[in-house]
Design a protein around this ligand. Structure first.
Ligand code: BGC
Length: 754
């Protein structure tokens, strides 16, 4: 076998973002100039005008909104996407309001605007930050063409419970993966010059802890001890603040009884003081007023006082700030200087966005929506975000597969394949698997019989036709999953099995004896163990967006080689969640388990082993975090450490491994670098991801992948929330998933002992 060994060093990749013609180059205004201009404006503003800047309203009928804007009572608008209306409202602000302060227009541009990319969970499955950055850049180009200059993305909520519908919007269960994907999105949205008319302000949300909503039920309470907050929940947010995310959003949940929109410690001490954030902090939708429902404020005035004290700059469509802030100042309960501080942050954002110089959207520019380069990038993202979970050799289809039965409710679901938060799609632009397969294999060779009309359909009437199609074909492609509306905000699920009669459909087509590929298109990991066992191959594609069908057809036919890896643990049964690879070992980690059905009647209580597992689900997930197959195979060597002893206050340390493509086709492997702190003053996770590198390799090609590790990456937080670095043994893995690899150890030692 030919051996080519190249050396690559992981470093933040600099993505080559194409330049987008048409946008005038705008220089950013110097910070000192901005502060001076803010001072000047503030000195001229009435209290009412100041409050206006803190008021974000949903778009509404033009006359009502336009009048409020002209009176200086509105600072920003969410959800207006008609550029003519954007400009007309902006004219009201710039030309008719007393001080001419421009509006900023915001929207949830979460995973693409017109061209929809995979849901963020699917983008995370690419393990390719450059591609995610490119997706965000394209989203910004398309959205800014309608006047949107602020997106409420990225969501940085580490999500370890797939019942929570918003796991779809996250990068999954790991803090580092959330951080890397979040930073890539921020770079893509903001570029290095927010004043560029194609740049959008990013928003790190939901600050904080929202992913820990108890029992995966949306908006639910959270209990977060300081070590969990500091080690898992906050790091992606800290990285976002330090990377210059222009805005942050409070979360809906309370943490230990304190709703985020009134959490002074989190918003002022941590975000502003510790991390030095000088951007805008916006409440989530109506979240200030909802502190009344939480039961920490008796009325709007109390809620508003809490939020202002916590430093929440903008009230999103909550009508608390505009309704009561002025009265609170008049009553002497709130110092106007506090309001000045909030307004200062809002004006700073508007200056940074260049809105004072360039308030209007250029409607003469040709629409960039669905540009060929955007569709090509969306195809690549959907390809790389698809995870091959099982393959007995059926995929990619070879020459023997001429006639294909295409069944299942997701085979031709142009709306649903785009997933949650895709309000600006045009469903006729979605390329469904059915359309792409027909194009690739010819209409006559694709026998389409969906079997079910939609994923929750319980009627089995259509299944006979699907069975007939399967019988007439060489192989069956069965597209199942979840409709878009089944994940996302306020769409939690208590049971993650396939809904409707999808399992019956799979059973029926598998019973024909024809080889079956199961393709799952969903907003979260579903519990598909039974269905996996009935299939010869399984592709998990999340909701892949506009080009999902094209990407899947390319993978199925072998034009593309899948390289996705799970950004989240897939459980066997819903009751295993929260389930994540970085769990603690417990005092009784199981070495063996007993299955419920194998327990003899009247078995002694202790005969099943008194260890930490489920009798009906065992100890393992269905698939672990980081897992994903390819059409080729890879070998990753054990880690090679630059030393076996690391001084606590020393320089960085190098961990290398060699990855080889041992199969017959080109492909990409994601090398994952995990560490375990063997003994700590607090129990430490059994593994933690410290870095990763996605490597493309020709057959037979090898590369050396090199990671660096600094002592600070081995620190954790104690019960008091303070960081500690402790000497001792650490184990290191370099592997293709969180469940593979052979570890090598090193010792972290105090310098004086060296
Ligand atoms: C969501 C946010 C979103 C906001 C604006 C809220 O309900 O929680 O994520 O940005 O609405 O649409």
């Amino acid at each position: 076998m030919k051996k080519i060994v190249k050396k690559i060093v992981t470093a933040v990749a600099v993505a080559l973002i194409p330049s987008w013609g048409g946008a005038a180059a705008i220089a950013s205004v110097a910070p000192a100039t901005i502060e001076a201009r803010i001072d000047s404006l503030l000195s001229q503003m009435t209290l009412r005008e100041k409050v206006g800047q803190l008021n974000q309203l949903n778009t509404a009928d033009f006359d009502t909104l336009g009048t409020a804007v002209a009176q200086g009572r509105v600072g920003s608008i969410i959800n207006e996407v008609n550029p003519e209306v954007v400009n007309a409202l902006q004219r009201k602000a710039v030309e008719e309001s007393r001080l001419g302060i421009p509006l900023v227009f915001a929207r949830d541009v979460i995973h693409g605007f017109n061209t929809v990319f995979p849901i963020p969970l699917g983008q995370a499955a690419t393990w390719n930050p450059s591609l995610v950055e490119e997706a965000a850049r394209i989203a910004a180009v398309e959205a800014s063409a309608t006047g949107i200059r602020w997106t409420f993305s990225p969501m940085l909520d580490v999500s370890r419970d797939a019942r929570w519908g918003r796991i779809a919007e996250s990068a999954g269960e790991d803090p580092l993966l959330n951080e890397r994907m979040g930073l890539a999105m921020i770079r893509g949205y903001q570029t290095d010059n927010l004043a560029d008319p194609t740049a959008m302000a990013a928003c790190a949300k939901h600050f904080a802890g929202y992913g820990y909503s108890e029992a995966g039920k949306d908006y639910n309470t959270t209990w977060l001890p300081l070590p969990l907050l500091e080690d898992v929940v906050l790091p992606p947010f800290e990285a976002a603040a330090k990377a210059g995310a222009a805005t942050f959003m409070t979360s809906f949940n309370d943490i230990n009884g304190v709703p985020s929109s009134g959490n002074k410690w989190l918003m002022r001490d941590v975000l502003r003081e510790r991390w030095g954030f000088d951007g805008v902090l916006i409440s989530d939708w109506n979240a200030i007023t909802e502190m009344i429902n939480h039961g920490v404020a008796a009325d709007k005035k109390e809620a508003t006082l809490l939020a202002a004290a916590a430093g929440v700059d903008i009230d999103m469509e909550g009508h608390s700030y505009p309704d009561v802030l002025e009265a609170l100042v008049a009553e002497g309960r709130l110092d106007e200087a506090v309001i000045d501080g909030l307004v200062r942050n809002v004006l700073r954002l508007k200056f940074r966005l260049g809105l004072f110089e360039n308030p209007y959207v250029d409607t003469s520019r040709p629409s960039p929506a669905f540009a060929p380069a955007h569709l090509a990038a969306a195809t690549r993202a959907a390809e790389e975000g698809t995870v091959l979970l099982k393959n007995t050799g059926l995929l990619p289809f070879g020459k023997g597969v001429k006639k294909i039965a295409v069944v299942g409710p997701m085979a031709d679901a142009p709306h649903d394949q785009c997933g949650t938060w895709a309000p600006d799609i045009r469903r006729e632009r979605s390329v469904t698997p059915l359309a792409a397969l027909r194009k690739l294999y010819g209409d006559r060779n694709v026998l389409y019989a969906p079997g079910l009309r939609y994923t929750r359909d319980r009627s089995c009437e259509g299944i006979a036709a699907a069975v007939k199609a399967a019988g007439d074909a060489d192989a069956v492609l069965c597209f199942v999953g979840e409709e878009a509306v089944m994940s996302g905000e306020a769409h939690s699920m208590a049971d993650l099995d396939l809904k409707g009669a999808q399992t019956e459909l799979i059973e029926a087509v598998a019973a024909t004896g024809k080889p079956v590929v199961l393709v799952v298109m969903a907003g979260r990991p579903l519990t598909i163990g039974r269905e996996r066992d009935m299939a010869d191959a399984v592709l998990y594609s999340f909701h892949g967006g506009t080009m999902a069908g094209e990407a899947l057809a390319r993978i199925i036919s072998g034009k593309a080689n899948p390289s996705g890896k799970l950004p989240v643990t897939m459980a066997r049964m819903t009751g295993q969640y929260p389930m994540y690879y970085a769990h603690k070992n417990t005092g009784r980690p199981p070495e063996w388990t007993v299955e419920l059905d194998s327990i003899p009647v009247e078995a002694p209580q202790t005969s099943t082993g008194c260890t930490s597992y489920y009798l009906d689900a065992g100890k393992e997930p269905l698939y672990p975090f980081g897992y994903g197959l390819s059409y080729t195979t890879f070998e990753i060597s054990e880690p090679r450490l630059s030393a076996s002893v690391m001084p606590m206050s020393g320089a960085t340390f190098t961990v290398e491994c060699t990855v080889t493509n041992t199969g017959k086709c080109a492909g990409a492997e994601t090398v994952q670098f995990y560490v375990r702190d063997v003994v700590g003053s607090l129990a430490r996770p059994v593994k933690e991801l410290k870095d990763f590198a996605k490597v493309w390799l020709e057959p037979g090609e090898s590369r050396v992948v090199s990671f660096t590790l600094a002592p600070s990456q081995l620190a954790f937080h104690g019960l008091d929330g303070k960081p500690v670095l402790e000497p001792g043994e650490f184990m290191v893995w370099t592997a293709g998933s969180s469940a593979e690899g052979t570890p090598v150890s090193f010792n972290l030692v105090e310098n004086k002992l060296l």
